[in-house]
Design a protein around this ligand. Structure first.
Ligand code: HEC
Length: 187
């Protein structure tokens, strides 16, 4: 009997301890949408943009989302990053495969293993204008309504999105511009 009371007391005590935990300790439990290294995305809001008529396709976003041109070197990083663009999971790009050094596993892991679900991206700058490329990254569904390619700069509406990812975009405005800048080198 005494033991039962002891156990009950201990249980009550732990419930009390949990509920009186400081708010900050409790807040820590909510997982962020993106990992620390991708903190930029955690705060990235969808930029305002204007859709214009394209030349090769119906739609284009002709103005930079940041008002500035992006950095192609960074763009390559976001394209191969498995936690960001991961574009090579679906697209083969010869220009990126060339960066794999024979016998170097690290460069192979970073630049190798391309999927072939989508079209090859080599020569994409000759097929589309800069504004069309931007449109294709921001929201490819505007171009190919049934595509499986993700909309990289869209904050919704989505179905069954993780609570902590609501209102967030996959690529920040500056990262979209970096990716566009890299694609422009694929003539
Ligand atoms: C889940 C697979 C997938 C991922 C990830 C993906 N794409 Fe795509 N993408 C496609 C498919 C499929 C198409 C072809 C459109 C269609 O569905 O008809 C396409 C089309 C394109 C096109 C037009 C190509 C052409 O020649 O018509 C571009 C440019 C492009 N993607 C760039 C990117 C970039 C840059 C990324 C990464 C930021 C990316 N894609 C990520 C599947 C993907």
């Amino acid at each position: 009997m005494q033991r039962t009371y002891l156990a009950l007391g201990a249980a009550l005590l732990s419930v009390f301890a949990l509920s009186s935990m400081p708010a900050t300790a409790q807040a820590k439990k909510a997982k962020p949408c993106y990992s620390k290294t991708l903190a930029e995305e955690a705060d990235a809001k969808q930029a305002k943009y204007k859709i214009s008529k394209g030349k090769n396709i119906d739609v284009a976003i002709n103005e930079s989302l940041t008002g500035k041109p992006g950095d192609p070197k960074k763009g390559l990083e976001w394209i191969v990053n498995r936690k960001l663009g991961n574009c090579i999971a679906c697209h083969k790009v010869e220009a990126i495969l060339k960066l794999v050094k024979p016998g170097d596993l690290k460069s192979q892991a970073k630049y190798g293993f391309h999927g072939e679900v989508g079209p090859e991206l080599d020569g994409v700058a000759s097929r589309y204008t800069e504004g069309e490329l931007r449109m294709l990254i921001v929201d490819p569904k505007k171009v190919f309504p049934d595509t499986i390619m993700p909309a990289f700069h869209k904050d919704g509406p989505f179905v069954r999105i993780k609570e902590n990812c609501k209102g967030k975009v996959m690529l920040s405005p500056s990262r979209v511009e970096d990716v566009v800048a890299y694609l422009k080198t694929l003539k």
